[in-house]
Design a protein around this ligand. Structure first.
Ligand code: SAT
Ligand code: MN
Length: 596
């Protein structure tokens, strides 16, 4: 067939994949609204998509009950040497992995259309942007990529005849034989799913899943795993971070980038409406930051995505009114519940619970039903441009200068509300030892404590010890222009399991303290773990929080922290000789501060 593509490598790759996967036909996406509408209509006709009466141009999808989240156990970083993938990644030797996957790919698109999706991560033409091309047999992937990335002809034009791109091959792994009836969410069984990355070739192969980060390959696969490996080679950073701009009553702007694991509130913080009078915030991104050092020596960040793929459960007008406003129209919902009047619903969305709904599996549901109405990892896909507080600089090709880095996670005990690093190396130590209780964003047990360094454990495309080294190197280059580093924990609980800190909008009080720290307006209390706020420096006006709760939130229990030391040692030892000495030194100093 004739492919209207001038880029020789791309045209060749499309032909190769078509020969391998033997689709019924090939369609090159142009990114237009008509294309989106035509595919949606097709999926409504096949009953895969349910139009929502209550939300204009919005649709609900239900995945197969086995295909509801990222599959970290089936995710591979395939480098020639196992050492280069490191202890935090699954590894299979590239030739062997390719052989296995080629067997799976052979004929895997039979009876389906092969979509070619040219996309840009970052504004087209920005020096910080990168082009990818996803080939997928899932129309659901196409419509989601339309929202999450910049798709279409302009990307093909930008590629020209010999422009570079990251090939991202995706198949749901469910060929259709002659006359076979399709299922509503076709996918392959778990043991045939593979989410594979070949960082030395800038290549992604995904097979068997249609869900989220497994299938929308611009996001975690290219935007983080491949990009992090590229960033290290090229001297920039690809991080699992939201980006926001905070504006003081005097109009001073602060840019904050924060790394938390999946489903720990990045979208909520990215869309914060400060509760402190006079302070405002603008959203720039909610999941990924690409950063490089600008001509003035500061670190500049862009959000490479153009949509939000957020966790629905828990999102409400109370917790995140901006997200609720963002979701009024033109949204794709996945695994939410369907109400009788034709809207979506999820746990935590409203105080009154619908008396009847159709749950995420498509079954009748009432409040008495044993399971949740929406899956805990149910998601919304919405255009960034619909966010009412989106910054006018969200797609500035030069990015925004970062002042503050925040790390954190979900810890019901030990870790205080906020503390600041003594210096860059100590901040890198804080990031490297970040830990969090696991969530529903990955298939597997929930609530287990694990180290999730820089919230990148599932997303670092190379040996994480080398990644720590890269952070140290970036600090050496940034010197006094480096962002200041803080650690937060919004999730501390008391003995009865009640959250001590109200969170959400009130987190602005903590952000304000950080801004005052970088402006040198407030002192801090030196503790063995870092610099904590003096109680009187946290703006708690109008907040009804018992002083004993505040004391607990700002307490550092030496014996509890001492108990963390063997775990940190064990964590560091998994990296062997590749762990930078500067981090061992940080650990020694930390031990010394804790009193041996
Ligand atoms: O499914 S995604 O990987 O896109 C979302 C997440 O886990 O953060
Ligand atoms: Mn994420």
């Amino acid at each position: 067939m004739e492919i209207p593509i001038k880029n020789k490598r791309l045209a060749g790759w499309i032909r190769e994949v078509a020969e391998l996967c033997t689709p019924e036909d090939i369609y090159v996406c142009n990114g237009s609204r008509q294309e989106y509408e035509r595919l949606m209509r097709m999926m409504v006709d096949s009953r895969m998509a349910i139009p929502l009466k209550k939300r204009p141009n919005s649709f609900l999808f239900r995945s197969d009950p086995s295909d509801v989240a990222r599959v970290e156990d089936r995710t591979y970083i395939s480098t020639p040497s196992r050492e280069d993938a490191g202890p935090t990644n699954n590894w299979i030797e590239p030739d062997r992995l390719k052989k296995t996957m080629l067997t799976l790919y052979r004929g895997c698109m039979k009876g389906r259309t092969m979509y070619v999706i040219p996309f840009s991560m970052g504004p087209i033409g920005s020096p910080m942007s990168k082009i990818g091309v996803e080939i997928s047999d899932s129309p659901y992937v196409v419509v989601n990529m339309h929202i999450m990335t910049r798709v279409g002809n302009r990307v093909i034009e930008a590629l020209g005849e010999d422009g570079d791109f990251v090939p991202c091959l995706h198949s749901i792994g469910a060929p259709l034989s002659e006359g076979q009836k399709d299922s509503l969410w076709p996918c392959a069984p778990m043991e045939k799913k593979y989410i594979s990355h070949f960082p030395e070739e800038n290549l992604i192969w995904s097979y068997g899943s249609g869900y989220g980060g497994n299938a929308l390959l611009g996001k975690k696969c290219m935007g983080l795993r491949i990009a992090s490996a590229m960033a290290r080679r090229e001297g920039w950073m690809a991080e699992h971070m939201l980006i926001l701009r905070l504006i003081s009553p005097e109009g001073r702007r602060y840019h904050i980038a924060a790394a938390f694991p999946s489903a720990c509130g990045k979208t909520n913080l990215a869309m914060i409406q400060p509760s402190i009078p006079g302070w405002r915030a603008e959203c720039i991104g909610d999941d990924i930051a690409w950063m490089r050092i600008g001509d003035d020596g500061r670190l500049y960040a862009i959000n490479p995505e153009s949509g939000f793929f957020g966790v629905a459960p828990g999102t409400s007008y109370e917790t995140n009114s901006v997200a609720m406003e963002t979701l009024r129209e033109n949204v794709i919902f996945t695994n939410c519940a369907l109400t009788d009047d034709g809207d979506v619903w999820w746990e935590g969305m409203t105080d009154d619970v619908p008396s009847h709904a159709i749950d995420w599996r498509g079954n009748d549901w009432t409040p008495e039903s044993p399971g949740d109405a929406a899956h805990p990892n149910a998601r919304f896909t919405a255009p960034v441009s619909q966010c009412p507080i989106i910054s006018s600089d969200w797609d500035n090709p030069d990015g925004v200068p970062i002042d503050i880095f925040i790390f954190g996670g979900r810890r019901s005990t030990v870790v205080p509300l906020v503390y600041e690093a003594f210096n860059w190396d100590h901040g890198v130590f804080m990031g490297a030892t970040a830990s969090s209780e696991t969530t529903a964003a990955n298939i597997g047990a929930i609530g287990n404590l694990r180290y999730d360094p820089f919230a990148m454990k599932p997303f670092c495309g190379y040996n994480m010890a080398d990644y720590f080294k890269h952070w140290l190197d970036m600090g050496d280059r940034l010197r006094d222009k480096a962002p200041r580093i803080f650690y937060v924990n919004w999730f501390r609980k008391d003995g009865d399991g009640r959250f001590l800190w109200p969170g959400f909008r009130e987190n602005s009080r903590v952000l304000k303290w950080m801004c005052e720290r970088i402006d040198g307006k407030v002192d801090a209390v030196k503790t063995p773990i870092g610099l904590l706020p003096r109680m009187e420096d946290l703006d708690l006006k109008g907040l009804d929080i018992p002083p004993e709760d505040m004391r607990e939130l700002l307490s550092v229990d030496i014996s509890q922290w001492k108990a963390e030391i063997p775990n940190i040692e064990h964590h560091f030892k998994t990296f062997g000789a590749r762990l930078p000495d500067r981090l061992w030194r940080q650990l020694e100093e930390f031990k010394g501060r804790l009193g041996g």
